[in-house]
Design a binder for this molecule. Sequence first.
Ligand SMILES: Nc1ncnc2c1ncn2[C@@H]1O[C@H](COP(=O)(O)OP(=O)(O)O)[C@@H](O)[C@H]1O
Ligand SMILES: [Mg+2]
Length: 315
Amino acid sequence: MKLAIETIGLTKRYGSLTAVSKLNLKVEKNTIHGFLGPNGAGKTTTIKVLVGLLKPDEGTFKVLGQEVHGDMPDVRLRMGYMPELPKFPKHLRGWELLDIYGRMYGMTKQERVEQIPKLLDMVGLKGREKDFVGKYSKGMQQRLGIAQALLNEPELVILDEPSLGLDPVGMVEVRELIKEIAKEGRTVFLSSHLLFEVEQICSHVAIINRGELLISDSIQNVSNKLSKPSTMQVEVAKPSNKVVEAVKKLSFVSEVTQDGNKLIIELKTHDDVRAQISQEITKAGEVIVSMSLKEQTLEEVFMQLVTKSQGGRAE
Ligand SMILES: Nc1ncnc2c1ncn2[C@@H]1O[C@H](COP(=O)(O)OP(=O)(O)O)[C@@H](O)[C@H]1O
Ligand SMILES: [Mg+2]
């Protein structure tokens, strides 16, 4: 397995706050790898360490197979990086901005003249390159940021919350763009606090909360590992303790809670057990008004995982 990123015990503190704690992360080459976690989880801090903007307090890491100590070696030139909510000088035109970045990367005039129009086309800014960045919408600025991250034809592209602040259309456009980048054979590592976004474009995901890695695997394996049995909602005419206790005793039921006239029944099974449950409720002398089965979405599982995870951070 060839790795684009590998961190071993990576730790970063801000004073007494441990923002990233003993992180062991592996990102395989040629994947779109999501780095998922709620706000404040430690995503941006990790990314800043990976691109050389922050020094870790503990641990080691490799980028594109090279161990990084102290100053970033040449590997920096083999990766592209878009910071969270990139802010560009408003008085520059789109193409000028890319031209300036191209010079910073040491690209020749010839290379810039060839590469910049191609990138502007790819990110959907063709025809708008002479407009001032200050006139660009958020989505256009974000796409310009992605073009900037691709200028040096990087093997690894790191995008920090590429769809933050975008409307739904802008988000779809950015997702399509990321898929295209991956098709060109580049590894993409992107952070996000939105599960559905990661689910839609990533082949792999690492979930972080309070600086700690909770799980890292292919999307398929994560959903298999985490997907929980379903919940059933039964509305009854007059719920009583007796009926709650009776249902709780069923071997395939893990928990029963009462919400008004509804019994929320958590099941240990994916089998259709409606008949057994209705029988039990009727036996307890209760009348069923309605019954519905609810599968848990990956989003709910993610929320539970993140809410349950504790520790790591000195509050
Ligand atoms: N420069 C900083 N100084 C002090 N604390 C910081 C700094 N940057 C981030 N933090 C804190 O570190 C934690 C992780 O932040 P961050 O890496 O930005 O998370 P994420 O990108 O997942 O939202 C948060 O509690 C945040 O408040
Ligand atoms: Mg962040």
